[in-house]
Design a protein around this ligand. Sequence first.
Ligand SMILES: *[C@@H]1O[C@H](CO)[C@@H](O)[C@H](O)[C@H]1NC(C)=O
Ligand SMILES: *[C@@H]1O[C@H](CO)[C@@H](O)[C@H](O)[C@H]1NC(C)=O
Ligand SMILES: *[C@@H]1O[C@H](CO)[C@@H](O)[C@H](O)[C@H]1NC(C)=O
Ligand SMILES: *[C@@H]1O[C@H](CO)[C@@H](O)[C@H](O)[C@H]1NC(C)=O
Ligand SMILES: *[C@@H]1O[C@H](CO)[C@@H](O)[C@H](O)[C@H]1NC(C)=O
Ligand SMILES: *[C@@H]1O[C@H](CO)[C@@H](O)[C@H](O)[C@H]1NC(C)=O
Ligand SMILES: *[C@@H]1O[C@H](CO)[C@@H](O)[C@H](O)[C@H]1NC(C)=O
Ligand SMILES: *[C@@H]1O[C@H](CO)[C@@H](O)[C@H](O)[C@H]1NC(C)=O
Ligand SMILES: *[C@@H]1O[C@H](CO)[C@@H](O)[C@H](O)[C@H]1NC(C)=O
Length: 444
Amino acid sequence: MAAPVLLLILLVPAMSLPVAHCDDNDVGFQLKLTHVDAGRSFTKLQLLNRAIARSKARVAALQAVAAVTSPAVDPITAARILVTASTGEYLVGLAIGTPPLYFTAIMDTGSDLIWTQCAPCLLCADQPTPYFDARKSVTYRAVPCRSTRCGQLYYPACFQKVCVYQYYYGDTASTAGVLANETFTFGAGNSTKVRAPNVSFGCGSINAGDLANSSGMVGFGRGPLSLVSQLGPSRFSYCLTSYLSPTPSRLYFGVFANLNSTNTSSSSGSPVQSTPFVVNPALPSMYFLSLKGISLGTKRLPIDPLAFAINDDGTGGVIIDSGTSITWLQQDAYDAVRRGLRSAIPLPAMNDTDIGLDTCFPWPPPPNVTVTVPDFVFHFDNANMTLPPENYMLIASTTGYLCLAMAPSGVGTIIGNYQQQNLHILYDVANSFLSFVPAPCDII
Ligand SMILES: *[C@@H]1O[C@H](CO)[C@@H](O)[C@H](O)[C@H]1NC(C)=O
Ligand SMILES: *[C@@H]1O[C@H](CO)[C@@H](O)[C@H](O)[C@H]1NC(C)=O
Ligand SMILES: *[C@@H]1O[C@H](CO)[C@@H](O)[C@H](O)[C@H]1NC(C)=O
Ligand SMILES: *[C@@H]1O[C@H](CO)[C@@H](O)[C@H](O)[C@H]1NC(C)=O
Ligand SMILES: *[C@@H]1O[C@H](CO)[C@@H](O)[C@H](O)[C@H]1NC(C)=O
Ligand SMILES: *[C@@H]1O[C@H](CO)[C@@H](O)[C@H](O)[C@H]1NC(C)=O
Ligand SMILES: *[C@@H]1O[C@H](CO)[C@@H](O)[C@H](O)[C@H]1NC(C)=O
Ligand SMILES: *[C@@H]1O[C@H](CO)[C@@H](O)[C@H](O)[C@H]1NC(C)=O
Ligand SMILES: *[C@@H]1O[C@H](CO)[C@@H](O)[C@H](O)[C@H]1NC(C)=O
């Protein structure tokens, strides 16, 4: 592996300017979440096709990670496959260094590392902003090999006493560079702008891959190097606006992440529901939930709860993810939902798959047929997540059908962002639970 040798020229002399102290317990800010396809002139159908294609790639990657992270597998392979999953769905704005260099990055709840491309770049992917140049920042510090942070990498390496990380996108592409500390700036307006010193990040100088027109990645996973774990208090929330709404979604961090003041969208004021996260030792960074069953309306579907269990090899289980668009349901559960919909919806089943979905009905229905689509309920441990029809069905009006916005998965279940529209969802990493409440995300 040639990368560590090439990295030699990147090491900058340590500088000794003081940086401001910041009380970690008070860190809080909010950010706009921009959908990766926002502002581009795609039709509704094209947007869905693109999102489904991204989801397919991500699901394949996430499942591969679980399959290889079993004890016999080396961490390089695990990291390589993990990063294949990096094409996310939402971008956040942030800044690095002193003076701050602003950029956008993929927000990823499925991984931990924060990284951006650094100058001088030996091999870089296209990005819309200049590469971060550590020599122009007074707060940059390379992390030494023998530090806790270095040991938290999947595959730490050492070159000239500096911690070097290497993540792989697949067989031909990779990101590698120095693990360093920097001051990051979050929040746009003066009121919420927060400078966080000593955030460890990957300063990547040998990278390739698709960054979705952004300049890096911010991991929000459960592991120690994620932004949420590094800054503390370890919680964040987001409220995703309606899938094709022009209003950006929002992310709330630290003390700003609070469902108590959320305006709920249901007039009855649905109470906040909470369910514990489950740890999958094969994928410790990811947010697994304990799912017990599914209902359509008040009808509980006949699904063996084992369909949602984590298998001994780390595959299976139920992940909640922001970087997957449509939900992938374990095959038996998918089949039960499909049968349930076919009996609830008095329309002939269509075999239309040109948008990659295969539980579809002709739409609009004939005038003499009344269709009432039931709510969809995920029954988690101690919490029910009720999805109205617009959160799990979609109408492709140009082509004339109504489809289930979910796909069958050979292994596990991943609850995607299409299903999370207009829910305010809080990830309490410190106390290990997920809370959610219906909310009008474009006005909170
Ligand atoms: C960053 O970490 C270094 C090394 O532990 C420490 O000397 C420095 O004071 C820290 N900076 C801030 C702003 O906390
Ligand atoms: C932020 O503060 C600076 C300096 O106090 C001021 O010049 C600027 O107008 C403020 N920006 C906003 C958006 O309030
Ligand atoms: C990097 O930041 C961490 C967390 O504040 C700190 O423990 C570590 O000493 C810092 N390292 C350097 C080289 O500043
Ligand atoms: C990439 O982002 C820039 C601004 O960050 C925008 O002007 C440009 O249109 C985007 N390109 C694509 C292909 O989305
Ligand atoms: C919400 O309010 C309850 C009761 O007032 C309080 O115990 C809880 O800590 C609050 N939650 C958050 C996230 O602030
Ligand atoms: C859908 O496919 C099934 C089996 O392949 C077939 O029996 C059925 O007639 C098809 N339905 C339509 C509407 O094409
Ligand atoms: C609706 O009308 C069509 C044509 O008149 C008829 O064939 C069909 O059976 C009717 N369906 C229902 C549910 O009444
Ligand atoms: C969830 O829904 C089921 C069935 O409607 C009900 O029995 C259960 O009490 C609900 N659980 C919670 C936490 O509301
Ligand atoms: C809730 O809605 C009311 C009116 O619709 C608005 O005045 C209030 O600011 C909202 N509260 C929050 C926390 O957004």
